[in-house]
Design a protein around this ligand. Sequence first.
Ligand code: GLU
Length: 447
Amino acid sequence: MEVKKIMQALEQKHPGELEYLQAVQEVLESIEEVYNQHPEYEKAKIVERMVEPDRIFTFRVNWVDDKGEVQTNIGYRVQFNCAIGPYKGGLRFHKAVTPSMLKFLGFEQTFKNALTTLPMGGGKGGSDFDPVGKSDAEIMRFCQAYMLELVHCIGPDQDIPAGDVGVGGREIGFLNGMYQKLTREYHTGVLTGKGLEWGGSIFRPEATGYGALYFTEHLLKKAGKDIKGKKIAISGFGNVAWGASQKATELGGKVVAISGPDGVCEIPEGITNEMIDYMLEMRASNRNKVEDMATKFPGKAKFTAGKKAWSIPCDIALPCAFQNELSEDDAKELKANGCWCCCEVSNMGCQPGAIHFFQNNGILFAPGKAVNAGGVATSGLEMTQNAAHLSWSAEEVNNKLHWIMESIHEQCVKFGTQPDGTVDYVKGANIAGFMKVAKAMLDQGIV
Ligand code: GLU
């Protein structure tokens, strides 16, 4: 395989799909060496087949807003790869959603799901619907209209969506209600992230953030460090940032910053449980403003407009918001302010320049597909509980999540340890995920 050649061909086929091309390039660069040791992969054109989604559904979604006006959005479901199990991955509702964004997310999901040790293929979906400023009734009408089409693409053994940016428990509820209404099928396993009373798993809402901190703990331990008393800067204030703040605080870390599209809130004494609870209200309000935290807790949280979380001095940076949210300049600012570790929790949260800067400057770095896999892993645990028609205890789910994150860390170490003994987590995660999917594709022939 020649990465350059494959990328050129892909760019020609998919011009301007920047996030998608970025995600593919990152993976191909890190697997190139291993791939070239396997002529059987080359012969079966595994890479050429793996970088293209199996199929993409695109549909129009019409709904009526509170003023009685008809609105039109575009809905998607990308079924990326089913070699190791049914398509699995979240739905993103955000005004910037494009096929390129969902293809990058579906591609990443395929490797991430492979790392979880569970049999799940990769998928992603969503819409350019913008939840900011929408009422609950509008959110419900949109979700129902979106499901009128999505229903034809999904099923408990085919494709199992969940939440992502802009889609949480409330949206999954509206989607599931409409799915049941349309199909008259009342199995619980067609969406994950459900409410506890109707088939959801305990800890699913917290799982991405909890898992990220379990992974971070293992990474720190391997490097001879620990989290106690460390200052942690977190971006975002949504579901992932909420779970990460909880677990980081519980483990003895001090969350000194959270952020939003409007700016950053510095919390010099560390985030409190009351503030963590308030993050949920902030998300439910659909205002998308982190400034609300400073208004609610004056004296404890200080808001600065237009600044990112990376401007606040910290030991550990946890990007928890959106792709490409941390640039090379941000990475330099972090280092100048004393940061020595960055665990990417958002999908592709760091720009390539930032990752290279971290790696070349001795800053510990691990990629999103390893760090944030606890979310989809717990979705997998939810599917297992649904299939068995039972619910596990908090302890059981937490232990399994813990074990999965430990094993993802081990896979990264196995495939990413360098001759000097340090671990390249980007390489480790990409090679481990790739090997599993590639082997599964090879076993199942040219399909
Ligand atoms: N959206 C999450 C992710 O990026 C979770 C997906 C799921 O639970 O299916 O992994």
